[in-house]
Design a protein around this ligand. Structure first.
Ligand code: GLU
Length: 410
């Protein structure tokens, strides 16, 4: 499956709806710069990328993914989504992404460190606090950011904590970053529930993915009275119609067990989880989970894209036909990069930002961004999808910035 083709189709639709010219849209059809390399470590070779998609709104920003399935089409698409996400979030960044086709789950700590440092060795010239700023993504974390920062500073001979975000607090990170993606997703889910599910009790939720995003999301929804009936990780899932004991399940997962082995509930596959009869389906795993093969079988009326790109273009159309509401990734998972922006701002200015203030600011930003998307959707008489409303806002802003810079003439 080619994700770039899907994204281009989405842009074509936006172009038609808004009457955007080919010349204007051209700036979003391809990345500004693709950097490719191969990391050679103890006789093994791992393809690696850092792709800057657009930098009209500011320096590149986006995470680095370590996963055996990483490829150029995926990294390019993730960088494209970062461009739109940062634009919609109203933070002064362009979009970028990095990735290494490498499985950290079977690597030793020493190998993990070597891959992290090598990544910086090959790409450090295109990175920097005013150029392009990485962060964690799938299977990367604060420790990996720390090695990367250290290697970057070794190479450049000066301290520059703002060159990377998602760092541990000891190296200039902020505690809020840990569950920020889930917190942002939770806040928009609340807005979505207020708009569409007001007064409904016992709202049933299934969460696909139990990593940094899915685990905290399940925790927050459970705490708030949502009934989380199913969760899954890469090995499979667990389902209990009366609601899972999420705190025990988190402890179980943190002890190193797959969620499917949890004592109470029925084991299910990831594919089965997606088709459960629930109100809200949270997609917090990887891209291409809902495709034209299973879209007709989706029973949840509300879908939250906490992962990037979990629904394909064809699936989007089927879901829209079936009147399903999809809260798009570029809004739903933007809490992570918004808090990255707070961290970067603190690193650059040296000013200490109060955590309570930042928590409130994140909340305000998520709610405002939801509202802008929702208002446009209403303005368009609900004839577009929420994703299309979000894309219209994000795409328009990038094009305006390109024009202000004089890069699109006429
Ligand atoms: N990897 C996250 C995302 O996809 C966060 C990126 C960042 O903080 O720069 O949005």
């Amino acid at each position: 499956m080619n994700i770039t083709e899907d994204n281009n189709k989405r842009l074509k639709d936006i172009q038609k709806i808004e009457g955007i010219s080919d010349k204007d849209m051209a700036v979003l059809l391809k990345p500004v710069r693709i950097n490719r390399s191969t990391l050679s470590i103890k006789g093994k070779k791992y393809p690696a990328w850092r792709i800057l998609y657009n930098e009209a709104l500011g320096p590149g920003k986006g995470g680095i993914r370590f996963h055996p399935g990483v490829n150029e089409d995926e990294v390019k698409s993730l960088a494209f989504w970062m461009t739109l996400k940062n634009s919609l979030a109203d933070i002064p960044y362009g979009g970028a992404k990095g990735g290494v086709a490498f499985n950290p789950k079977v690597a030793s700590k020493a190998e993990l460190e070597e891959v992290s440092r090598k990544f910086i060795d090959v790409f450090y010239k295109v990175l920097g606090q005013d150029k392009d700023i990485p962060a964690p993504d799938v299977y990367t974390d604060g420790q990996i950011m720390s090695w990367m920062l250290d290697e970057f500073e070794k190479k450049t001979g000066r301290h520059e904590p703002g060159m990377i975000t998602g760092k541990p607090v000891e190296l200039g990170g902020i505690a809020l970053r840990g569950d920020a993606t889930a917190q942002g997703g939770y806040l928009v889910t609340k807005k979505m529930a207020a708009a569409f599910l007001a007064g409904k009790k016992n709202v049933k939720v299934a969460v696909q993915g139990f990593g940094n995003a899915g685990l905290f999301m399940a925790q927050k929804l459970h705490k708030d009275g949502f009934k989380v009936v199913a969760v899954s990780d890469s090995k499979g899932g667990i389902y209990q119609v009366t609601g899972l004991n999420i705190p025990s399940l988190i402890a179980f997962k943190k002890a190193g067990h797959p969620v499917g082995d949890f004592s109470s509930g029925k084991q299910i596959t990831n594919a089965e989880l997606l088709e459960l009869s629930v109100d809200i389906l949270v997609l917090a795993a990887l891209e291409n989970q809902i495709t034209k093969q299973n879209a007709e079988n989706i029973k949840a009326n509300y879908l939250i894209e906490l992962a990037n790109g979990p629904i394909t273009y064809d699936a989007d159309r089927i879901l829209a036909k079936n009147k399903k509401i999809v809260v798009p990734d570029i809004l739903a998972n933007s809490g992570g990069v918004i808090v990255s922006y707070f961290e970067w701002a603190q690193n650059r200015t040296g000013q200490i930002l109060d955590e309570d203030y930042l928590r409130k600011l994140l909340e305000k930003k998520m709610k405002d961004n939801w509202q802008r998307m929702y208002d446009l959707w209403k303005e368009k008489k609900e004839k577009v999808t929420l994703r299309q409303a979000a894309y219209i806002l994000a795409v328009t802003k990038v094009i305006v910035a390109e024009k202000l810079r004089g890069r699109i003439k006429g």
